[in-house]
Design a protein around this ligand. Structure first.
Ligand SMILES: NC(=O)c1ccc[n+]([C@@H]2O[C@H](COP(=O)([O-])OP(=O)(O)OC[C@H]3O[C@@H](n4cnc5c(N)ncnc54)[C@H](O)[C@@H]3O)[C@@H](O)[C@H]2O)c1
Length: 266
């Protein structure tokens, strides 16, 4: 049931690793809605080769870029505008990784080099993406930039570890850069705080199955799926949300407003 919501719009989608990735679903929906875009991921993530299938479906190319490397990002934006034949209207930042979480470090025994990596990959990279886009003047007026976040930025979910700080950084960057790009070019910048979702990044957090089911029981609408998230992202890229900016938007079936639910008391 596509409606050409993104007809003629151009963009870059970061973070499609496999078909469970939120970015993968966004690419499928954005393609169905008439957008054209390039796909990108870290060189190491491209080795699996899965993303080539998505590129085929979406009739596009894959450009390798480590989102922590300004040089890679400069090449990515230059190649994308060239391939797409013009400036961009949207960017999706769907990137997250914590070596401390991956290696099961407890919060009282964090490796600080890894902590900085977590912040760089999952938070600071969002600033790098926007700074490169600004310097190359790669975006059109009334463009839309979205990054994905999680409620652990504001409430404590112990197993989320240093990713909580990375998401707090990400959301703060969205506000500060949203102000700047809004004034400069009427570009909006938002984060979506998404429900727990069964993906590689999601299920890397220990105890994920339990808190997936806890969040599902707490939320009146249940957990939002990656397909639901993709629809929401498309709406934020469309012209129907032009005045929404500098927000952290909860897309969580109501979870963030709940205290306790009947389902959890049973
Ligand atoms: N899955 C969840 O429960 C959940 C909930 C809320 C928010 N999110 C967020 O959604 C986003 C997408 O995650 P996902 O759940 O689709 O998992 P995913 O594992 O499919 O996606 C994470 C992506 O980040 C990419 N990445 C890692 N390091 C990178 C680097 N240096 N440069 C470029 N890309 C890099 C990975 O290759 C991967 O494609 C992340 O920001 C994640 O934190 C996920």
């Amino acid at each position: 049931m596509a409606n050409n919501l993104l007809k003629g719009k151009k963009g870059i989608i970061f973070g499609a690793l496999d078909q469970n990735s939120i970015a993968w679903k966004v690419a499928e929906f954005a393609h169905a809605e008439g957008a054209s875009f390039t796909l990108t991921n870290a060189p190491i993530a491209l080795r699996m080769g899965e993303i080539n299938k998505l590129a085929e479906t979406c009739k596009t190319i894959v450009i390798p870029a480590d989102a922590t490397s300004v040089e890679d990002l400069e090449k990515l934006f230059a190649q994308s505008t060239e391939h797409l034949g013009g400036k961009l209207d949207f960017v999706l930042h769907s990137i997250g990784m914590s070596p401390n979480v991956r290696k099961g470090k407890s919060y009282g025994d964090l490796n600080y080099e890894w902590f900085l990596k977590t912040l760089d990959i999952s938070g600071l990279s969002f600033h790098k993406v926007m700074q490169v886009a600004e310097k190359l003047d790669a975006m059109n007026e009334w463009g839309s930039i979205v990054a994905l976040s999680y409620i652990a930025s504001q409430r404590v979910f112990p197993d989320y570890s240093d990713m909580a700080q990375a998401k707090a950084l990400l959301e703060s960057i969205a506000r500060s850069y949203g102000e700047r790009l809004g004034k400069l070019k009427k570009i909006r910048v938002n984060t979506i705080s998404q429900s727990p979702t069964m993906t590689t990044a999601g299920s890397g957090v220990s105890g994920f199955d339990q808190f997936f089911s806890y969040a599902d029981k707490m939320s009146p609408l249940g957990n939002a799926s990656s397909e639901d998230c993709a629809r929401y992202v498309v709406s934020l890229f469309s012209d129907y949300t032009r005045m929404v900016t500098m927000q952290n938007l909860f897309h969580d079936g109501g979870f963030s407003s709940m205290g306790i639910s009947e389902a959890l008391l049973k």
